[in-house]
Design a protein around this ligand. Structure first.
Ligand SMILES: NC(=O)c1ccc[n+]([C@@H]2O[C@H](COP(=O)([O-])OP(=O)(O)OC[C@H]3O[C@@H](n4cnc5c(N)ncnc54)[C@H](OP(=O)(O)O)[C@@H]3O)[C@@H](O)[C@H]2O)c1
Length: 305
């Protein structure tokens, strides 16, 4: 048998429980990964509350978890380029909160020995979301980029990538996160009354040219005032309003090759990761409670012993 976090009906963190499940077997083209760490994301919270992502199996029990790292312990027929014992990280739609995960081999890439498990387990989603979004926005050295939710997981990466690609980056977050944002290379700004004025004061010539919005609502409204070209705004949150407003969504194009590119940036020390807190797998419900309490800096990650 194998352990997994499951839920039988939608709800809050309290519906998550540890269960013994059948050990999954790797089929053709798949690897089986003994999971060592899995990131906790807003995506997972929505899944537990009943949202079913495209392509996911609607049957209960369901297991959340969209990103993971672990050790390959079985190879399915026809898999090349990997061996039993390889340390990898990767992405899935659901199912990562478990001991044994079966996954197509194209959805994993090598984990460098120097990358801690908790970093690798919570790496994929923020790395790929930030990279794909900033690439889509064509962020470069002439830009002033505004990042909302800048101290969160995606924001932490987006701020650093924006700086790496030569942009001035303004990071919006609550005041307690401002020293952290400065350490990432952002000019920090607080939310609340007068937000757009404060952003303009920080921006060279008062102009913001691109924005990544991980917050939505009034943050997106303010962004519409600040960024003239709406095609240079991506919202990660207000999907329903995006088309009507003429702003964009993050492109859904996760690949192992892109993940490997991001891992290389991490290995070279060009992008740093911050782990807010780890919880053992069996405390997934507490991890979700901690996530929902807010004030997160970087990632919450589940670890599997
Ligand atoms: N492909 C995709 O489209 C994709 C992929 C991954 C994530 N996402 C989305 O991107 C967003 C960010 O994801 P994440 O993993 O970075 O989440 P996260 O780690 O929870 O970060 C979100 C940040 O936004 C801040 N925030 C949220 N609401 C706020 C508000 N009303 N006022 C001020 N600050 C607020 C939070 O700060 P406090 O905790 O201090 O409030 C937190 O720092 C989420 O909406 C997520 O669903 C999209």
């Amino acid at each position: 048998m194998s352990r997994a976090i499951v839920f039988e009906e939608p709800g809050g963190p309290e519906v998550l429980r540890l269960a013994d499940v059948a050990e999954p077997q790797a089929g053709p083209g798949q690897v089986r990964v003994m999971v060592r760490a899995a990131g906790v994301q807003p995506f997972d919270v929505a899944v537990v509350e009943g949202w079913l992502p495209a392509g996911a199996d609607a049957a209960y029990p369901r297991t959340p978890g969209n990103e993971f790292a672990g050790v390959i312990d079985r190879l399915g027929e026809g898999v090349t380029g990997f061996a039993v014992g390889d340390e990898v990280l990767g992405f899935t739609v659901l199912n990562a909160y478990r001991e044994h995960l079966v996954i197509p081999s194209e959805q994993v890439t090598a984990k460098p020995p120097g990358m801690p498990w908790e970093v690798a387990g919570g790496f994929t989603a923020p790395a790929q979301t930030a990279y794909n979004s900033l690439e889509e926005l064509e962020v470069g050295e002439h830009d002033t980029l505004l990042v909302h939710g800048a101290a969160g997981a995606v924001g932490t990466v987006a701020v650093q990538l924006g700086r790496l690609w030569g942009a001035t980056v303004i990071g919006a977050a609550r005041e307690t996160q401002h020293d952290y944002l400065r350490s990432l290379g952002a000019l920090p700004v607080d939310y609340g009354d007068g937000f757009t004025g404060r952003v303009r004061e920080l921006a060279p010539n008062g102009v913001v040219t691109a924005a990544l919005d991980g917050v939505g609502g009034t943050a997106l409204d303010a962004t519409l005032e600040l960024v003239e070209d709406r095609s240079r705004i991506i919202t990660l949150y207000d999907h329903d309003r995006a088309a009507a407003l003429g702003v964009r969504l993050s492109p859904a194009r996760r690949t192992a090759a892109r993940l490997a590119d991001m891992v290389a940036l991490y290995t070279r020390g060009e992008v740093k990761w911050h782990i807010h807190r780890t919880f053992p797998l069996e405390r997934a419900a507490d991890a979700h409670r901690a996530y929902k309490a807010g004030g997160i800096r970087g990632k919450i990650v589940l670890t599997v012993d």
